[in-house]
Design a protein around this ligand. Structure first.
Ligand SMILES: *[C@@H]1O[C@H](CO)[C@@H](O)[C@H](O)[C@H]1NC(C)=O
Ligand SMILES: *[C@@H]1O[C@H](CO)[C@@H](O)[C@H](O)[C@H]1NC(C)=O
Ligand SMILES: *[C@@H]1O[C@H](CO)[C@@H](O)[C@H](O)[C@H]1NC(C)=O
Ligand SMILES: *[C@@H]1O[C@H](CO)[C@@H](O)[C@H](O)[C@H]1NC(C)=O
Length: 427
């Protein structure tokens, strides 16, 4: 146990209301056996994640893999709900059949005695489609809470239009957990506007609440013209702070567990998953596992309403392997390439005040932090092929140190890659 949580009766009560899910791309389960689901779910459960939102893109092999997902989840008391990926073409009857197929499973996440159903986008299908989807299920005796991520609703001023355009929605999942093509940190303006609007929703299965997305990163380099990076350098820390201190939603949805192509996975890279031809060029070796340690801390805070007491010093660090201005021989320079800072970022989770040393090449930075979370960074050095050094010391005595296990290079770039390597060191 890294964190010690003292639960009073009152805190335990409030804990029941808070749920954390991770967005899981069922498309990436093609090669999955039930044991792969079990591994992912056990890992997720280990940091306090209650379940997966299953991003299902088509009525194809995914429905068969989801049979295994339900079996694995039932055995672990892990929860599932569907997140229909409406950027694909769906027949309403297929969606109804998919929801019905597992509607009596104990693994379903229930919101106020109804099945929760979410989406990625889907607003262009129109209100009649969604009302029809709900009534077709109701006719089968299945009441759902519909909380879609209609992604064109991002501007805070559109929140009331969302509600008047879609009388059938019960809740809202704000997809947007990255800055919108700007060199600035994300604010909670969208979250709070939609949270306030949706809380006025009344209906038979009132949800009236917002799902808050939290995401560590955003970088995609798959299709040339459409490729991007969003300014995400410290996002994994401040977005969680917004969740626990500012928005305090009923559900937090981590975006994502396994979307490798957009670089926001916090799950392990399963070597059996076929990532296509481009994604492996920026995903292989770029492990994100240590980001889960940060999530575990904030999930505990979110569920219990208080920051957990840290019992073990740890630094989680991340960095890209090439500076943003380098010319690479293949791939495309992503949109917003100028935004990220060329630096090694370190998030210290300390049980008490300590000094963190970050060194790389001829650059060295010391910062003091703790107890709790403190962030620091050191700029990329001018020297080629350098590896960062990270040390925790207290009262002049080294507690623990390590080196990153990926080099930062100033030359030899074969593919534009803004996905960070994530490592950690702990006592
Ligand atoms: C329903 O579940 C069965 C196994 O119980 C599976 O073979 C089938 O593909 C599933 N169909 C849908 C539409 O989910
Ligand atoms: C679904 O909701 C309706 C309307 O509130 C209610 O009458 C019905 O009993 C519910 N059905 C189930 C299976 O919960
Ligand atoms: C974003 O927030 C971090 C602290 O989380 C701060 O260090 C950084 O300067 C901010 N970035 C911008 C562009 O304001
Ligand atoms: C950082 O701290 C170490 C240990 O106290 C010290 O040797 C080093 O000079 C410091 N570096 C900087 C840049 O201040």
């Amino acid at each position: 146990m890294k964190y010690l949580v003292l639960l009073s009766a009152a805190l335990a009560h409030s804990a029941n209301a808070q749920n954390v899910f991770a967005h899981f791309m069922a498309q990436n389960s093609y090669s999955y056996a039930q044991s792969d689901w079990t591994n992912d779910m056990t890992t997720a459960q280990g940091i306090g994640i209650d379940g997966f939102a299953l991003n299902i893109a088509a009525n194809d092999y995914e429905v068969d893999r989801i049979v295994d997902a339900y079996a694995a989840a039932e055995a672990l008391n892990f929860k599932l709900f569907y997140s229909f990926d409406m950027s694909y073409t769906w027949a309403q009857s297929d969606m109804v059949n998919i929801v019905m197929n597992h509607s009596s499973s104990s693994a379903n996440f229930m919101w106020k005695d109804t099945l929760l159903v979410s989406t990625y986008s889907g607003e262009t299908y129109g209100e009649d489609f969604w009302a029809g989807f709900k009534s077709a299920l109701a006719a089968e005796g299945i009441n759902i809470t519909l909380a879609p991520a209609f992604t064109t609703y991002r501007d805070p001023s559109e929140a009331s239009t969302l509600l008047s355009t879609f009388p059938s929605i019960d809740g809202f999942f704000n997809w947007w957990s990255w800055p919108a093509d700007v060199d600035a940190n994300l604010t909670t303006a969208t979250d709070l506007a939609y949270q306030s609007a949706i809380s006025s929703r009344s209906g038979p299965y009132i949800m009236g609440s917002l799902f808050l997305p939290v995401s560590p990163w955003q970088f995609k380099n798959l299709d040339g013209a459409g490729d991007w990076v969003e300014y995400s350098d410290t996002l994994w820390n401040y977005r969680w702070e917004q969740a626990v201190s500012d928005v305090k939603p009923d559900i937090v949805e981590i975006v994502t567990w396994n979307d490798y192509g957009e670089s926001h996975y916090i799950g392990d890279i399963n070597p059996n998953v076929d990532l296509g031809t481009q994604a492996p060029l920026y995903v292989d070796g770029f492990v994100h596992a240590a980001w889960r340690d940060v999530a575990q801390y904030y999930i505990s805070w979110y569920k219990n309403g208080v920051a957990p007491t840290i019992t073990k010093d740890e630094v989680v660090f991340w960095y890209r392997a090439w500076p943003k201005a380098i010319t690479c021989s293949t791939g495309t320079l992503p949109r917003n390439a100028a935004f990220p800072e060329d630096a090694v970022f370190a998030l210290a989770m300390l049980k008490d005040t300590a000094t963190i040393t970050l060194a790389i090449g001829s650059n060295e930075v010391n910062f003091t932090g703790g107890p709790g979370i403190t962030m620091g960074s050191v700029p990329f050095p001018p020297e080629d092929s350098q590896i960062p050094y990270i040390e925790i010391s207290r009262d002049g005595t080294k507690v623990v140190d390590t080196h990153g296990s990926m080099y930062i290079n100033q030359e030899g770039c074969s593919y534009y890659n803004f996905n960070p390597f994530v490592g950690s060191v702990s006592e």
